[in-house]
Design a binder for this molecule. Structure first.
Ligand code: AMP
Length: 466
């Protein structure tokens, strides 16, 4: 078994790793570290949870050792390495890792991200840092304010490049890259490689070595289970599982911000301490929620995919897919939040009849069927409200459900009906559809007053209801 020392890392870095309890390198570390130490450009196909942060950070740190110094002069602490991440949470976590790895070397690091006052970041930048972790927008704010200089950058890391693309950061990235010296080492990591990411890689990386680790494979130490359930009973089933199994530190994924808020509120009403994080929450709210969750004072964190990206909690035991993701690769990312670096974890998916097509995509991607367990009392045919309508004749335009159901879960017709899994879901179903959370409020059929009100801006009262 390879050791970190055998990968060629310096004693002061090895000491930090030892103190962190890192014994053996993960596969991506084993492959990336020796190459990156030699200054090779790297294109890595790896998701969070594989140890990719240390894979790029450790060689980056080692290559900066000649610049390590304890001088108080800002001129002696220029930005040498720039690490860009799509989200604040990931930026914070990457910088925390860098801090830990540089514990015994006098290299300074800083994280800058938007959503908080730029003024607190400026004095630290002025004092000088060697390693800057940043989200693209805030980095450009600093460039514009002339509060940092990128002329000495010799290493660029793009972490979760596909997520940056999804979040619309491509123009910002191009502007940033244009500000960097041409002579530099580049490392880019992405879980997926759509055309645009490949083009970006071509434009940024110089003859890169492609390293792929366990791409699209669900972590082996994560137990996965599917609980088929009527979509209107998901909330009760979740509460039941949490209470009956006494689950703690449960990360729950929902498809949308609205669904995320609503579920957190409903869990609180059911006596389960929960909070929500998503893109509309302020940075302070997100940090507060994450800290309470990490500390174990909050039992359930409900999150959207983007907000949860990069959440790094040691030994997070449970991940729940309240809504199945429509993109199978997101499933792999989600369950990668648990079972990290050797710890075991459990990924629980609550799957309604309409979501079986997504389940099939996921099983195809991970190459295995996921174990199906029906929870007694929550059989998929059993809604807690009366009247499943008999399945309507297959029509070109699926029939909308009747308005009498009181629940907030509404559906929007979709052109393509879901394939039915007869073994699991023998109950008749209505039109194939996705849960209400997937659909923008204004196009939902017959929005109910209470929920529509959530969409009314407090300052603009008119246009939303047209
Ligand atoms: P990452 O994929 O970089 O987000 O890392 C996932 C988690 O694994 C983090 O909590 C790291 O601290 C941890 N980790 C990374 N590499 C190792 C290693 N070689 N041994 C033990 N834990 C590790």
């Amino acid at each position: 078994m390879t050791t970190f020392a055998e990968l060629g890392l310096a004693p002061d870095i090895l000491r930090a790793l030892d103190e962190m309890g890192y014994v053996t390198p993960t596969p991506i570390q084993e492959q990336v570290i020796p190459l990156a130490l030699q200054g090779a450009d790297i294109l890595g196909a790896a998701q969070t949870g594989t140890g990719k942060t240390a894979a790029f950070a450790l060689p980056l740190i080692q290559r900066l050792l000649p610049f390590a110094n304890t001088s108080t002069s800002p001129a002696k602490h220029q930005i040498r390495a720039l690490i860009l991440t799509p989200t604040r949470e990931l930026a914070i976590q990457v910088e925390e890792a860098v801090q830990a790895y540089t514990k015994h070397v006098p290299l300074r690091s800083l994280v800058v991200y938007g959503g908080v006052s730029i003024n607190t970041q400026i004095p630290i930048l002025k004092a000088g840092v060697e390693i800057l972790v940043a989200t693209p927008g805030r980095l450009l704010d600093h460039v514009q304010n002339k509060t940092l200089m990128l002329t000495q950058v010799n290493t660029l890391v793009l972490d979760e490049a596909d997520r940056m693309l999804d979040m619309g950061f491509m123009p910002d990235l191009k502007r940033i890259v244009a500000l960097l010296p041409a002579q530099r080492v580049n490392m880019m990591f992405s879980a997926t490689f759509p055309e645009e990411i490949r083009k970006l890689a071509d434009s940024i990386l110089n003859n890169p070595t492609f390293i792929e680790v366990a791409r699209n494979t669900a972590a082996v130490n994560v137990t996965q289970v599917v609980h088929p359930v009527h979509h209107e009973r998901k909330r009760q089933l979740l509460a039941h599982l949490i209470k009956s199994r006494d689950l703690r530190q449960v990360l729950v994924f929902t498809g949308t911000k609205l669904g995320c808020n609503r579920l957190a509120n409903e869990l609180n009403k059911l006596g389960i301490h929960a909070d929500a994080i998503h893109g509309d929450k302020t940075q302070q709210e997100r940090i507060k929620a994450l800290e309470a969750f990490k500390a174990g004072t909050m039992r359930v964190l409900v999150a959207t995919d983007v907000a949860a990206r990069g959440i790094d909690i040691e030994a997070l035991p449970f991940v729940v897919n309240y809504d199945l993701p429509h993109n199978a690769e997101d499933y792999v990312h989600r369950i990668g939040r648990t079972g990290r670096a050797g710890a075991s974890g459990e990924a629980i998916s609550l799957v309604s009849e309409a979501e079986t097509r997504y389940l099939k995509d996921i099983e195809k991607l991970i190459g295995n069927p996921i174990e199906v367990v029906i929870v007694p009392g929550f059989e998929p045919g059993a809604a807690d409200v009366p009247a499943y309508q008999p399945r309507p004749p297959r029509a070109e335009h699926p029939v909308e459900r009747s308005a009498e159901r009181p629940s907030a879960e509404r559906r929007t017709p979709r052109a393509k009906p879901a394939a039915s899994r007869d073994t699991l879901f023998d109950a008749p179903y209505e039109s194939a559809a996705t849960p209400a959370e997937d659909t923008p409020a204004l196009v939902r059929p017959r929005p109910q007053r209470q929920v529509a009100a959530l969409f009314r801006s407090p300052v603009k009262s008119d246009s939303a209801d047209q």
